[in-house]
Ligand binder design. Structure first.
Ligand SMILES: NC(=O)c1ccc[n+]([C@@H]2O[C@H](COP(=O)([O-])OP(=O)(O)OC[C@H]3O[C@@H](n4cnc5c(N)ncnc54)[C@H](O)[C@@H]3O)[C@@H](O)[C@H]2O)c1
Length: 251
């Protein structure tokens, strides 16, 4: 990826960093010169991305824990601020799909879907925003989904509960943009289908899904990382939700 923003001397924090999108976002920030605090619930995946960031010559602080857990996030946030200095870029990638229909879902499954996808963003903003506002400002980027706009796909893995959570991310960034202005911009990225081990399997079973993508292909983590760098650079853009979906859904 050949986009760059000068982030030397700055710190980024990416959640879900052990996955496809989070990993690509972490590496993009590191290539721009940022040191990173990286969060995931999977220790092996977290170690792997930290090693890749370190290999680029940047510092990587692993924060192993559940982004949906408010107390755990406050503790991880304090560690990041204490050990890395102020965080300038925060990108919340942690999240999970919910394939169950509403009529089959338990209350706990509904709550977990909301907590993983949208409460995680709230948790981290509570941990990091005060220091961003007290310091030189910053950039917050949430991760929504095209499902939050068009309601998900009955043949896929994202249905109403996931659509509600990702729709919540859009409302949250629009509201927080007002509360955090003018020092901190708050935006969200709204991806279509991005290749990861789960979606790769889905595409093998249903290759016709790609027919709806004007770009003729599914997305990659790097496609999402480009939008992240745009939001990092664009200091006159806040409260915005940008589609990155290969033309799958246009509104
Ligand atoms: N892949 C897609 O097609 C697609 C499309 C739209 C939106 N998204 C969103 O993008 C994000 C990541 O997608 P991906 O394709 O990289 O998936 P992925 O499965 O490759 O990565 C997700 C990572 O997040 C971690 N994670 C999940 N819940 C967590 C939590 N509560 N705390 C900390 N870490 C947690 C997982 O361990 C994993 O490493 C999710 O929020 C997902 O909803 C994905």
């Amino acid at each position: 990826m050949d986009l760059t923003v000068d982030l030397r001397g700055k710190v980024g924090l990416v959640t879900g960093a052990g996955g496809q999108i989070g990993g690509a976002c972490a590496l993009a920030l590191a290539r721009c010169g940022a040191d990173l605090a990286l969060n995931d619930v999977r220790a092996d995946a977290l170690d792997a991305i930290c090693a890749q960031v370190t290999a680029l010559g940047r510092r990587a602080l692993p924060l192993l824990g559940d982004s949906a857990d408010h107390a755990a996030v406050q503790a991880m946030g304090r560690r990041a601020l204490d050990e890395m200095g102020g965080v300038f870029v925060f990108m919340n990638v942690a999240g999970q799909s919910q394939p169950k229909h509403i009529v089959d879902m338990t209350e706990a499954e509904w709550d977990r879907t909301q907590a993983a996808n949208v409460k995680s963003l709230f948790n981290w903003c509570q941990a990091l925003l005060p220091s961003m506002l007290a310091g030189p400002g910053g950039r917050i980027v949430g991760l929504s989904s095209v499902s939050g706009k068009q309601g998900g796909d009955l043949n896929s893995v994202s249905r109403a509960a996931y659509a509600a959570a990702k729709g919540g991310v859009m409302g949250f960034v629009r509201g927080l943009a007002r509360e955090a202005a003018p020092k901190v911009t708050v935006n969200a990225i709204c991806p279509g289908l991005v290749i990861n081990p789960r979606t790769q399997k889905l595409l093998e079973e249903r290759p016709q899904m790609l027919e709806q993508y004007l770009a003729g292909r599914a997305g990659t983590g790097a496609d999402i990382a480009k939008a992240l760098l745009y939001f990092v650079a664009a200091d006159w853009v806040t409260g915005e939700v940008t589609d990155v979906n290969g033309g799958y859904y246009i509104d």
